[in-house]
Design a protein around this ligand. Structure first.
Ligand SMILES: NC(=O)C1=CN([C@@H]2O[C@H](COP(=O)(O)OP(=O)(O)OC[C@H]3O[C@@H](n4cnc5c(N)ncnc54)[C@H](O)[C@@H]3O)[C@@H](O)[C@H]2O)C=CC1
Ligand SMILES: O=C1[C@@H](O)[C@H](O)[C@@H](O)[C@H](O)[C@H]1O
Length: 337
């Protein structure tokens, strides 16, 4: 049996801490060897229960070590490029939480750096691709189980947003998942994006308009819409309905168990993405670890990160203009053929 991969987790906040626990307790073939956080007490707390793991405050300290096999990047998206470029320069594999970067220009720089490195080293954390419902729906689309796919209707509802979550982040941090999901389901690029904003909830923080309806079109004319409602209060919900020629398929509906008790019926609502996608994150990280051990990536690529960043850029322009904005993509490098 091979020695476990020695992973450095960069960013030990909400998502990084969740991934550290996952790597430490549930993922086979990997161990947390380092945690980097600019907030030293946070980095130290994250490694306190992991024998042998070392706390750092600067990613360069990890690059200077020669015993780290891969990095899991979970700092805020606008900080990803500053870790990805040196990691690619050193040939270090990275699982980069979404978004790859917050705009198409910087994502394209990452793609070009990977092309220069000569092999795929970056996997992007679009974990929904590992959700069983998503996988089942994609199979039905591919196999034309109910004829051709015509439209996709997504609901993306969060209970609240963290401090500093801007209007643009509704597109760049939340709807980025649906841009990837639509590309994953259809196997096509998205060609245009429109955003409509109507009455806004009084629960939205200043500067945010919530909810927003995002409409996108794929190369072959599939229309997909998203209700992004990020201060919905009641809990977390990510679901999709797909309309085909001979059927309608829903995924991500209400969670089991369904209970009747004390004169009421119903089930529970997941409070957040950690619970809704717990199994998908596990499968995502396990697939990444196994692929990394083989010298490959095990999920969405830097090209997928770039293509969704281009959709986000169109989406942010569409937010302010109200126009249908075309998505511009550079030619796809042969590395991603
Ligand atoms: N796949 C998914 O469903 C989700 C993905 N995310 C993504 O995960 C990433 C992190 O998000 P959160 O955990 O919510 O953020 P967070 O704000 O909770 O944590 C970020 C951490 O990075 C640290 N940090 C900041 N600058 C740093 C630097 N220069 N070097 C090292 N550490 C630094 C902070 O001190 C903090 O501990 C983002 O890209 C976000 O979009 C977040 C939530 C869900
Ligand atoms: O990635 C995530 C968060 O960053 C984002 O803010 C949420 O809207 C998403 O549902 C979650 O999956």
């Amino acid at each position: 049996m091979n020695a476990p991969l020695r992973i450095a987790v960069v960013g030990a906040g909400r998502m990084g801490a969740d991934h550290i626990e996952r790597l430490h307790r549930r993922i086979a073939g990997a161990e947390v060897a380092a945690v980097v956080d600019i907030d030293r007490p946070r980095a130290e707390a994250a490694v306190a229960h992991i024998p042998g793991a070392v706390a750092h405050t600067d990613f360069q300290e990890v690059l200077d070590r020669d015993d780290i096999d891969a990095a899991l990047l979970a700092t805020p998206g606008f900080l990803h490029e500053q870790v990805l470029l040196p990691a690619l320069g050193k040939g270090l594999p990275v699982l980069c939480e979404k978004p790859l970067t917050p705009d198409a220009e910087s994502s394209w720089r990452v793609v070009q750096a990977e092309v220069a490195a000569g092999r795929q080293l970056v996997q992007v954390g679009f974990m929904r691709r590992f959700d069983t419902g998503y996988l089942a729906l994609r199979r039905m689309i591919e196999e034309r189980t109910y004829g051709e796919l015509l439209t996709l209707h997504h609901q993306h509802r969060n209970p609240t947003t963290p401090p500093g979550f801007t209007n643009e982040m509704i597109i760049n941090d939340s709807v980025v998942h649906e841009f990837d999901a639509v590309r994953f389901f259809t196997g096509e690029e998205i060609v245009s994006v429109q955003v409509r904003i109507g009455r806004s909830t009084r629960n939205a923080p200043e500067g945010q308009r919530d909810p927003q309806l995002v409409l996108m079109e794929t190369e072959s004319g599939v229309l997909a819409q998203v209700e992004a409602y990020v201060n919905a209060r009641f809990g977390y919900q990510v679901s999709t309905q797909a309309s085909f020629e001979t059927g309608v398929v829903g995924i991500g509906g209400d969670q089991e168990p369904y209970v009747r008790t004390e004169g009421r019926w119903g089930g529970s609502v997941t409070p957040g993405f950690e619970e809704r996608f717990a199994e998908a994150y596990d499968r995502e990280i396990q697939a990444w670890v196994e692929a990394t051990a083989r010298g490959e990536i095990g999920g969405p690529s830097a090209w997928d990160g770039y293509a969704t960043a281009a959709c986000c850029e169109a989406g942010v322009r569409a937010q302010s203009s109200g126009e249908t904005v075309p998505v511009h993509l550079e030619a796809k490098p042969s590395l991603y053929a």
